[in-house]
Each structure stands twice: as C-alpha cells, then as structure tokens.
Design a protein around this ligand. Structure first.
Ligand code: HEC
Length: 155
C-alpha cells in the first residue's frame, strides 16, 4: 500500500520534473556556449567569436575582415586590408621598431580598431580566436619573414 502511494506520488511529480529538466537543458546553452570539446569545436568557437563578438566595443572582426577573414577586408574609412588567410604564418613581425605577435595584433585590433576590451592573453576566448586565425593559415609555409636558423654544433 505504501509502495503504491509512493509510486503514485512519483508519477504525479514525474511530468513536471521532466518538464523542468527539459527546460534547464534547453536554457543552459543560452547562458553561454559550452566549452569546446575538440580542436574542431575550438576552431568553430573562434569563428563564432570572430563573426559575432564585439568584446564590449562597437564592432566585430568581420566588420573590417570580411567573409570570416577569407575575403579581402576594408576599414570603415576605406583602407584596403588583405585576406587573413595566411596571416598567422606571417607573425611575429617587426613593425615600427617593435616585435608584434599574432596575439598582440588581435589585441591591437580589438582595442584600437573597435574600442573593445581584449580577452586576457591566457583566456579560452583568446585561445579560440588564435586557433581560428591559425586554421585560416592551414598549410601556408610559416615564418618566412624570420631568419634561417642553423642547429648549434653538437659535441
Ligand atoms: C575597424 C577595423 C578592424 C576590425 C574591426 C578588426 N581589425 Fe584586424 N586589422 C585592421 C587593420 C587596419 C589591420 C592592419 C594592421 C594594423 O593596423 O594593425 C588589421 C590587421 C589584422 C591582422 C594582421 C593581418 C596581416 O596580414 O598582417 C589580423 C590577424 C587581424 N587584423 C585580426 C583581427 C581580429 C581577430 C579582429 C577581431 C577581434 C579584427 N582584426 C578586427 C582593422 C580591423
């Protein structure tokens, strides 16, 4: 008798509970994208940030680097920008008497080009952006701007 009553109680609460759980499962991803669980997912997260994230500023990467960075770009003032395909392979650069890494360039674009707050250097978001930019350079010979190194003589 008591077991039956318990079962009855469970089924009475079962439907609302299932509905609440389903709502949670539906609502959770909306609170923030789930952490990427593979390299491919990290590239996609970077592509998503590239296209959609304003980093608290007034623009997004694709406003200047069109077509997800594939296409040639253009600043609002009309300055032509090269495609970002292969760009990651051309960093670091020596520019204006300073060493500029790919990450410094991303920070420069977010802060300088659209007044946003760059993600912390060791944050997941920065890593995803750099991963996406590196994927845009897949297969491109890397570091051709750098001097050729010779292995030190071994003893
Ligand atoms: C308002 C325009 C603008 C926006 C928005 C912008 N950039 Fe840039 N980007 C530039 C300009 C201008 C350059 C040329 C170098 C410089 O002046 O820093 C550049 C250069 C770059 C380069 C180097 C290209 C090369 O071949 O040397 C990378 C990589 C880059 N941007 C990534 C990004 C990323 C990632 C975002 C979004 C987080 C972004 N940019 C948003 C204007 C912009």
């Amino acid at each position: 008798m008591s077991i039956r009553r318990f079962r009855l109680g469970a089924s009475r609460f079962g439907a609302p509970l299932a509905a609440a759980l389903a709502l949670c499962a539906f609502a959770l991803p909306a609170l923030g994208a789930p952490a990427p669980d593979s390299l491919q997912a990290a590239v996609q997260a970077g592509a998503h940030a590239f296209a959609n994230d304003s980093f608290g500023g007034h623009s997004t990467c694709i406003a200047c680097h069109s077509n997800g960075g594939f296409g040639p770009g253009k600043t609002p003032s009309g300055m032509a920008l090269p495609s970002l395909q292969g760009a990651a392979a051309r960093f670091p650069q020596w520019r204006g008497g300073k060493l500029v890494t790919l990450q410094m360039q991303v920070t420069r674009c977010i802060r300088g080009a659209f007044g946003g707050t760059p993600p912390a250097p060791d944050s997941a978001r920065m890593a995803e952006l750099l991963t996406y930019l590196t994927a845009l350079s897949r297969g491109v010979p890397m570091g051709q701007q750098l001097p050729e190194l010779k292995a030190p003589a071994s003893h």
